[in-house]
Ligand binder design. Structure first.
Ligand code: SAH
Ligand code: DHB
Ligand code: MG
Length: 227
């Protein structure tokens, strides 16, 4: 059972789900293992959240998708599988080494699976680089999984650049089980937990969105732009 288990409060259920659905197939395991071997941190989405991303993306069938936080390309492959053939995935990554590893491994995974996806990594701080793709919008899907303090700014970008019917997804939005205690935090915890809380609040209060948090191990916030 992975550490990032599903339905954490009932461990038997999580084990049941992961055993049944086998969310980490050979291609995803290869990206995960190669990334680890090349020294990247093992902070890709949890196994079931990877599956959620793939299933949600297949439901949305985006032509234009955005990912903020590439790491080694694990979630990128999940998203790429659900894209409309000929669609594009813009992924934003600050760390040059992460971008290089993802470029190599995701590129070969896309080829192996014959996925017709225009995949492009933008290296540098996402908030500076997002402006470069705005003319291509509006977008069908924005997945947010980079630096937590910037989640509120990423939400604002998504709210502005998603089409009606477009979807915003955020990883780690339970803030490691602390999000409901944001007000009690201080220092760096306050920044991390408070930013994730703020992101959830922005979605909940936004008149153009309907949102929820899928109660996965880490919390996966999902919102659809309705007007
Ligand atoms: N989505 C990935 C995991 C992302 S981990 C997956 O599930 O496979 C978070 C990533 O965000 C790290 O690679 C980190 O380098 C990157 N990151 C941190 N701050 C960033 C920023 N300001 N802009 C873009 N990427 C950033
Ligand atoms: C960590 C996990 C994440 O999913 C992420 O996006 C950033 C950090 C972590 O476990 O530290
Ligand atoms: Mg994450």
């Amino acid at each position: 059972m992975s550490q990032k288990n599903f339905a954490q409060c009932t461990p038997g259920i999580g084990e049941y789900v992961e055993t049944l659905f086998q969310p980490v197939d050979a291609a995803l395991a290869k990206i995960r293992d190669q990334s680890l071997k090349e020294g990247l941190p093992a902070i890709q989405v949890g196994p079931m959240d990877g599956r959620h991303l793939e299933v949600l993306t297949r439901l949305i069938r985006p032509t234009r998708a955005v990912e903020i936080g590439t790491l080694g390309g694990y979630s990128g492959l999940c998203l790429a599988r659900g894209l409309q053939p000929g669609g594009s995935l813009h992924s934003f990554e600050k760390n040059e080494k992460h971008a290089k590893v993802a470029e190599e491994h995701l590129r070969s995974a896309l080829e192996a699976e014959k996925l017709d996806v225009k995949f492009q990594i933008h290296v540098g701080p996402a908030l500076e680089n997002l402006a470069k793709i705005e003319a291509e919008g509006p977008f069908d899907l924005v997945f947010i999984d980079a630096d937590k303090p910037s989640y509120p700014a990423y939400f604002q970008w998504a709210a502005k650049h998603l089409r009606i019917g477009g979807v915003v997804i955020g990883d780690n939005t339970f803030a490691w089980g602390e999000v409901h205690r944001a007000a009690e935090k201080s220092g760096n915890d306050k920044l991390m937990v408070g930013s994730l809380d703020e992101f959830n609040r922005q979605l909940a209060a936004h008149p153009s969105f309907r949102g929820t948090i899928l109660p996965t191990a880490e919390g996966l916030t999902v919102g659809v732009k309705i007007r």
